[in-house]
Design a protein around this ligand. Sequence first.
Ligand code: ZN
Length: 71
Amino acid sequence: MPNTRNIVKDFRVETAVGARKCHASSLHTIKAGEKHFAYNDPGRINICIKCAPVILKVAESHVAKVRQELQ
Ligand SMILES: [Zn+2]
């Protein structure tokens, strides 16, 4: 399936150029030079490295649920 769309292609890992706020927790700051998870919703969302695994786990669970409902 060479032409299958990747609907999560805006999911990416970035290195912060300047300090950023973590959108998952207002208590977290992403420092300049730190790697973090980013996506568009539709504005740019930055998630710190501590919160990213949980956010991705919720996304995985949602995809799994949708996949199951299609069967
Ligand atoms: Zn965070």
